[in-house]
Design a protein around this ligand. Structure first.
Ligand SMILES: [Zn+2]
Length: 399
């Protein structure tokens, strides 16, 4: 039987209720306002995730095209949180009713690597940087990955939790939780556990962007089983856990929308990622040139948004990096004989490289610094579709 949101609101945890009644000490932040909790799966007797209902947050962020990416900090190192308005920079959270410590991620380095890769895959289409290095005092979201629900003052069986506003709005600098040890307790240490943890984390992160549960098995916002990795679907889906409903707070009269499209909402709130790789070419020397022991390597690079750096490699070893044009590199002291010269341009999300071979010969004339442009400067990465970008992308997040 489905528990209504009003009934869910009665499930206030004692610790939270106590925090709300307690007057703030002088100088301390006022206790966070919590309207209630919502969980379908716990009331149905199975492990699942919860939503903590909070009032709308005034400060809203509208993603600007080409603007800075939204940062999500995947915290595997443990954290001590104090009650307060959600802020990943100060470790304050509405979720905890008292100072609470979540221990570090208990799993292996290989599991962690798989989780990071999976979360990056799910959010790859969006303008988001997902890191496991604490960004410090800059705006960011935080996904705490560790411990058990009880360590955050929640009942056993909760695998993940996020705050969620009554108007389905974004919660800047929100802290969400995936209780990795609770999930391991529930499912066991299996090959599929990193994907399970990744999908829970993706759902909790997206809750803080204002996404409700979807009655669509292939989307990370679902409670339903799906065979394969859940990814955000460009589908106008019904909301709901184990049965369809409107999106928002059913039972309270509050409806955010009739249906929800995960891709549309994420695109509006965090923007699309950069999927076009930069182009790069070595304009001098030419491929196969005979050069003296000291010479200049001239390269050009461009990107639909911005080139963040051009790196120069000699025989596979990084020798210099330029972060602004002109991307010219002075080389000297190379041994006589053949060498490979590689230029690699990055836009921060994607990278493209090109390689030439030269022969160093003492006393050879220096290469022409302004040769006639090569008709096909980047034969390794041809631009067959004529969009000005190489079709072959090295690295980055093209899927
Ligand atoms: Zn959820």
């Amino acid at each position: 039987m489905r528990t209504s949101w009003l009934a869910g609101a009665l499930l206030l945890l004692p610790s939270v209720a106590a925090a709300e009644q307690k007057a703030a000490a002088p100088g301390a932040e006022a206790p966070p306002v919590v309207l209630g909790w919502h969980s379908e799966s716990i009331s149905a007797g199975r492990p699942g995730t919860m939503l903590q209902i909070i009032p709308p947050v005034a400060e809203q962020v509208i993603a600007a095209p080409g603007g800075p990416p939204t940062i999500v900090f995947m915290n595997k190192g443990g954290v001590t949180l104090t009650p307060g308005t959600n802020d990943a920079r100060t470790n304050r959270s509405t979720i905890v009713g008292q100072t609470s410590t979540i221990p570090p991620f208990e799993g292996s380095a290989a599991e962690w690597s798989a989780i990071m890769q999976c979360v990056r895959t799910i959010f790859a289409p969006y303008n988001m940087t997902i890191t496991d290095v604490d960004p410090g005092n800059v705006p960011h979201f935080e996904s705490v990955m560790g411990g058990r629900a009880q360590q955050a003052g929640m009942e056993q069986g909760v695998l993940g939790v996020s705050p969620f506003t009554t108007n389905c709005s974004l919660i800047p600098n929100s802290i969400v939780f995936t209780f990795t040890q609770s999930t391991r307790d529930a499912y066991g240490t299996t090959a599929g556990l990193p994907e399970e943890l990744c999908e829970i984390a993706a759902q909790e992160i997206a809750h803080s962007f204002g996404l409700d549960h979807e009655y669509l098995a292939s989307d990370p916002m679902t409670y339903l089983n799906f065979n394969g990795l859940k990814t955000f679907q460009n589908v106008d889906a019904q909301c709901g856990e184990y049965s369809p409903r409107t999106c928002g707070l059913p039972g309270t009269g509050i409806v955010c929308s009739q249906r929800q499209n995960s891709v549309t909402m994420l695109t509006q709130r965090i923007g699309v990622g950069d999927t076009l790789a930069p182009s790069v070419s070595i304009t001098s020397p030419s491929n196969g040139a005979v050069v003296p022991t000291a010479f200049t390597v001239a390269t050009t690079a461009s990107d639909n948004i911005a080139v963040s750096k051009v790196e120069l490699y000699v025989d596979g070893v990084l020798v210099d990096t330029k972060t602004a044009a002109p991307y010219s590199f002075e080389l000297s002291g190379l041994a006589t004989g053949g060498h490979s010269i590689q230029a690699k341009a990055s836009d921060g999300a994607n990278a493209t490289e090109t390689t030439i071979n030269v022969t160093v010969q003492a006393g050879a004339p220096p290469p022409n610094p302004n040769p006639v442009p090569d008709e096909d400067p980047d034969s390794e990465n041809p631009d067959t579709d004529g969009d000005g970008n190489s079709d072959t992308i090295t690295g980055g997040c093209q899927t």
